[in-house]
Design a binder for this molecule. Structure first.
Ligand code: ASP
Ligand code: MG
Length: 409
């Protein structure tokens, strides 16, 4: 007996039949004597459809109204799922983020959770009810409706699990767990039984869409074990926790990748101590997210700085740089789109030198040019041509022995 938080993503609640299936999964755990809190996303592609509906009206919707609009998606699901539970004879109640006591920063479209008042949920659990909460939403102190950023329902679930001191948090999705790489692209990708918080954080940030990075951050901070598992298959999923078993003693645990990357080079910056800070402060003030940064000095007095961004931010980046040409004093800007980022992640790298070297060798043997590199203790990222991305991922995946018969424990 315990308290379980279950989260079901958009595909898992994509229609009436699927919602009934979710109710059944929850009831199974309830019948084991557990208290159940369910967090759900909007049905199927609802959020995307709402975004495009807004785009049909204006190219520049206010963030407040976008939050007002998008939060309706989750509200549909909580009501329907609660009806499904009631129809099966179970006492259940649905809550919006506000009703569930989820308080966020006063920021629209990408707010962080600041506090959760759990009294109401606890009271309803004590009354024997299954509590169904809308993911991805909260309210600011002044009562404004906010959202947690795309994919944010994962974060709602983990934050609730932490606040309620749940025994576990199960993230139900349309895949059976976290894979060594994306199985839609690489057939030999294999499900991992265990991943550490730090590895998962890197993987989530490097483009593995299976979990919202902030959800992993929360789980790590509160040492909340997560299991990513399928809402339709019965097999064991991937467990994400601090100390992972040595059963799969892999130096590299996964290969993550992401396309639509652009490299921007600012050529001929004055070689002063402040150039670097001025340029990145300017970009940050304009909310442009910069990833890999490389500085090189070509001539005695001048420096070139390259950085990577998401291609969708290129126009804005060029506008910002152009607008600040006076202060930045560079000669010109160059940019190259059509790039991709391919990364390897694994905590075993800390104690095994030469992992980056092996990755570069695989790329060189396959005649893939590496345009940028960045490393941390447990990851190596490379920027390469987009057109070689899948091929490179496959080669690296094989070279690090990740391919295998899918594990179905
Ligand atoms: N419905 C939101 C989205 O599509 C939040 C979520 O599903 O996690 O991004
Ligand atoms: Mg998601």
């Amino acid at each position: 007996m315990g308290l379980i938080v279950q989260k079901f993503g958009g595909t898992s609640v994509g229609g009436a039949e699927k919602i009934v299936n979710v109710a059944e999964r929850a009831i199974e755990e309830k019948n084991q004597g557990n208290d159940i809190v369910i967090v759900v996303s909007a049905m199927g592609k609802t959020t995307d459809q709402l975004v495009s509906l807004a785009a049909d009206i204006t190219s520049n919707p206010s963030k407040r109204e976008m939050d007002m609009l998008l939060t309706t998606g989750e509200q549909v699901t909580i009501a329907l799922l609660t009806m499904a539970l009631q129809q099966k004879g179970y006492d259940a109640v649905s809550f919006t983020g506000w009703q569930a006591g989820i308080q966020t920063e006063p920021i629209h479209s990408n707010a962080r959770i600041k506090n959760i008042s759990t009294e109401k949920i606890k009271k309803n659990l004590a009354d024997g009810k299954i509590v169904v909460v809308a993911g991805f939403q909260g309210t600011s102190e002044s009562g404004e409706i906010t959202t947690l950023g795309r994919g944010g329902s994962d974060t709602t679930a983990v934050a609730l699990a932490a606040a309620l001191q749940a025994d576990k948090c199960d993230i139900y999705t349309d895949v059976t767990g976290v894979f060594t790489t994306d199985p839609r692209y690489v057939k030999k990708a294999r499900k991992l039984l265990n991943v550490s918080y730090d590895e998962m954080l890197e993987l989530a940030n490097l483009g593995a869409g299976v979990l919202h990075p902030r959800a992993v951050e929360f789980a790590k901070n509160y040492q909340m074990p997560l299991e990513v598992r399928s809402s339709t298959e019965r097999e064991r999923g991937t467990i994400i926790e601090e100390e992972i078993s040595m059963e799969e003693n892999l130096i590299v645990r996964g290969v993550a990748f992401e396309d639509q990357i652009t490299r921007v080079t600012v050529v001929g910056l004055p070689g002063s101590l402040t150039s670097l800070s001025t340029i990145f402060t300017t970009l940050a003030q304009n909310s442009i997210n910069v990833d890999i940064i490389i500085q090189s000095t070509t001539q005695a007095e001048k420096a070139n700085i390259s950085f990577s961004i998401k291609s969708e931010d290129l126009k804005e980046t060029l506008n910002v740089l152009e607008a600040h040409k006076q202060d930045l004093q560079y000669d010109r800007i160059e940019s190259e789109s059509g790039l991709a980022k391919v990364s390897i992640v694994g905590s075993g790298m800390i104690s095994n030198p030469g992992v980056a070297a092996s990755m570069f060798k695989v790329l060189a043997d396959n005649k893939v040019e590496v345009k940028m590199v960045s490393t941390s203790e447990i990851k190596v990222s490379t920027v390469i041509e987009d057109s070689r991305m899948v091929e490179a991922v496959e080669a690296i995946h094989t070279a690090f022995d990740l391919a295998g018969t899918p594990v179905t424990a």
